[in-house]
Design a protein around this ligand. Structure first.
Ligand code: ADP
Length: 486
C-alpha cells in the first residue's frame, strides 16, 4: 500500500479548510510521517499554526449558520452517506491506520467499523433531541426548554485510534448542528484526512468539518483564544488535558476531556480461569497496550495467583509480534522510540524495587520499536508500573488477599477511566462495581467500548461522556424560553 499510497482515492496530504485542501501559509512542507514498523517515510504534510487555525475557525463559524439550521433528518442523511462511504472504503482506511499507526490490520479494520459506528449512531440519535414543556407556576406563562447546538467545536485527538477518536467527537457534533475544527495527532494525520475526504464526497458542506495539523500548542492556543470556538473536546494525555482546561477558562468554553487511565484488572479466586486469562489479555494487549482503557495493573487474589500467572504467561507467549500487515500478527510496533523508552524506564524502576520478569522484558529482535509482550510479577503499588500508565505491552501482576484490599489498591490512583473484574459471584460483582471509582467497569469481559454505551472517566481521567444517548448532550446547550402575557 505504501508505494501505491499516492494513487488511493482517499489519500490526502493537505489540510482541509472551508472545503478546500490547502497547504500551510508559508508553504513549507517539512512535516514527514513515518511508518512506525519500518521507519519508512510515507507522506509529508503541511506544518500549520495559528493563522491556518484561525482560517479554519472562521470557516466553521460561517458554516454553522446554515448547518445548524438544517433539520436533524437532513443532517442525518449526510452523516449516513459519510458512514456508508467509510464502510465501503473500510479496507483502504484500515490499511492507512496500520501504515501510520502500526496496529495489526485486523485491529485496524475493527477500528474502521467501530469508528464509523459513531457516525451512524449519532445520525439517528440527533433525531431524538427533544426539548421540554415545563408546567408553569403562573397561569399566564408557558415555559419551554430548547436544545441547541453549542456552536463551533475544536476537537483535538490522539494517535492510538486515528479514526475512532475523531468520529466519536465529530459524529455527535455534526449530528446536532455544530461545526468542527479537528486537530488530529501529528503522528497520524493521514487517516483523519482520508476520513475528511470521504466527508466531502458525502456532500457535507464546506466549512462544516475542517482539519488542521502541525504545531500542536499553537493550534491549541488559537482554538482556546477564539471566542467563536464554544467548545473544546480532547482525548489525550492528562497533562495536555489540564493545560486545555486551564486555557478554556479565558473564554469560558465548554470542555470534554478523555484523559489517561490506570485500569485495574482484578481477578478473584472465584473467577473462571480461562475467561480471566482471555479477558485480561484482550484488555491489556490490544493495540500493544496503547489504549487508555488498557489494563495497567492485573491485581490477582492469592488463591489463584500462581495458576493465573502461569496460564496468562503461556497465552501472552503465543501473541505473535510483527508488522501489522503480516497475517497472524497480534502485536505491532509501539508508536515511537519515546514510547519504548518509557516502557524500559518503568520496567527498570520495578526491577530495582524487587519485581520479577517472567516473560519478555526487552526489545524484540525485530528491532525498530517492537517490544516483547512482557509479564512481571511481584509488582507493588509504589512502583511506576502500578502508579502510571505504561502504554505498552507490559502486564504487571499484583497480589491481594481480600476483596476490601483489592478495591483499595484499585482506587489508589488519580485516574478513573476503565476497570475490569473477573468473578463468578453475583453479589461481589455488584459490590465491587459500585465501589470502584471508575467511569467504566467490565465484568468478565476485557473489551467493553461500544458506540451505544457512555465512555468516559472520573477523577483525573476526564470530564464528560462520549457515545450513547448521553454523548450528544456534550454538544448541546439548554435554552429556557418563558412566554408571558398568555
Ligand atoms: P499522547 O501522549 O497520547 O500523544 P498528547 O496529549 O501529547 O498525548 O497528544 C494528544 C493530542 O494533543 C495530539 O493531537 C497532540 O498534538 C495534542 N497536543 C499536544 N500538546 C498540545 C497543546 N499544548 N495544545 C493543544 N494540543 C496539544
Amino acid at each position: 500500500f505504501a508505494s501505491g499510497l499516492q494513487n488511493s482515492t482517499i489519500f490526502r496530504s493537505q489540510g482541509l479548510i472551508g472545503g478546500q485542501w490547502v497547504a500551510a501559509h508559508d508553504g513549507i512542507w517539512n512535516f514527514f510521517r513515518f511508518n512506525p514498523s519500518t521507519g519508512e517515510i510515507i507522506a509529508d504534510v503541511p506544518f500549520m499554526g495559528r493563522r491556518e487555525t484561525n482560517d479554519a475557525i472562521s470557516s466553521a463559524y460561517q458554516a454553522f449558520n446554515s448547518w445548524s439550521k438544517l433539520t436533524a433528518a437532513e443532517r442525518s442523511k449526510y452523516l449516513r452517506k459519510w458512514y456508508d462511504l467509510i464502510m465501503s472504503h473500510k479496507e483502504e482506511l484500515g490499511q492507512l491506520i496500520t501504515l501510520e499507526q502500526g496496529k495489526p490490520l485486523k485491529e485496524a479494520l475493527g477500528e474502521v467499523s467501530y469508528g464509523a459506528s459513531f457516525i451512524e449512531f449519532f445520525a439517528e440519535e440527533a433525531k431524538q433531541v427533544y426539548g421540554d414543556i415545563i408546567p408553569a407556576t403562573l397561569a399566564d406563562r408557558r415555559l419551554f426548554v430548547l436544545k441547541q447546538p453549542v456552536g463551533v467545536v475544536g476537537a483535538i485527538t490522539p494517535w492510538n485510534f486515528p479514526l475512532a477518536m475523531i468520529t466519536r467527537k465529530v459524529g455527535p457534533a455534526l449530528a446536532c448542528g455544530c461545526t468542527v475544527v479537528v486537530k488530529p495527532s501529528e503522528l497520524t494525520p493521514l487517516t483523519a484526512l482520508a476520513a475528511a475526504e470521504l466527508a466531502l464526497q458525502a456532500g457535507i458542506p464546506p466549512g462544516v468539518l475542517n482539519v488542521v495539523m502541525g504545531n500542536a500548542s499553537d493550534i491549541g492556543d488559537a482554538l482556546l483564544a477564539s471566542p467563536q470556538v464554544r467548545k473544546i473536546t480532547f482525548t489525550g494525555s492528562t497533562a495536555v488535558g489540564k493545560k486545555l482546561m486551564a486555557g478554556a477558562a479565558g473564554t469560558v468554553k465548554r470542555i470534554s476531556l478523555e484523559l489517561g487511565g490506570n485500569a485495574p484488572c482484578i481477578v478473584f479466586d472465584d473467577a473462571d480461569l480461562d475467561v480471566a486469562v482471555k479477558g485480561a489479555i484482550a484488555a491489556k494487549f490490544r493495540n500493544s497496550g496503547q489504549t487508555c482503557v488498557c489494563a495497567n495493573r492485573v491485581i490477582v487474589q492469592e488463591g489463584i495467583y500462581e495458576k493465573f500467572a502461569e496460564a496468562f504467561s503461556k497465552a501472552v507467549q503465543n501473541l505473535q509480534v510483527g508488522d501489522g500487515f503480516t497475517e497472524g500478527v497480534a502485536q505491532g510496533p509501539l508508536i515511537n522510540e519515546a514510547a519504548v523508552q518509557k516502557v524500559e524506564s518503568f520496567l527498570q524502576d520495578a526491577l530495582s524495587k524487587g519485581a520479577k520478569v517472567i516473560l519478555g522484558g526487552k526489545r524484540h529482535s525485530l528491532g525498530m520499536t517492537f517490544y516483547e509482550p512482557t509479564v512481571v510479577t511481584d509488582v507493588k503499588s509504589d512502583m511506576l508500573l502500578a502508579r502510571e500508565e505504561v502504554f505498552g505491552p507490559v502486564a504487571p501482576l499484583l497480589r491481594f488477599k481480600t476483596e476490601e484490599e483489592a478495591i483499595c489498591i484499585a482506587n489508589d490512583t488519580n485516574a478513573g477511566l476503565a476497570a475490569y473484574i473477573f468473578t463468578n459471584n453475583v453479589q461481589r460483582t455488584w459490590r465491587v462495581s459500585e465501589a470502584l471509582e471508575y467511569g467504566l467497569v467490565g465484568v468478565n469481559e476485557g473489551i467493553i467500548s461500544t458506540e451505544v454505551a457512555p465512555f468516559g472517566g472520573v477523577k483525573q481521567s476526564g470530564l464528560g461522556r462520549e457515545g450513547s444517548k448521553y454523548g450528544i448532550d456534550e454538544y448541546l446547550e439548554l435554552k429556557y424560553v418563558c412566554l408571558g402575557d398568555m
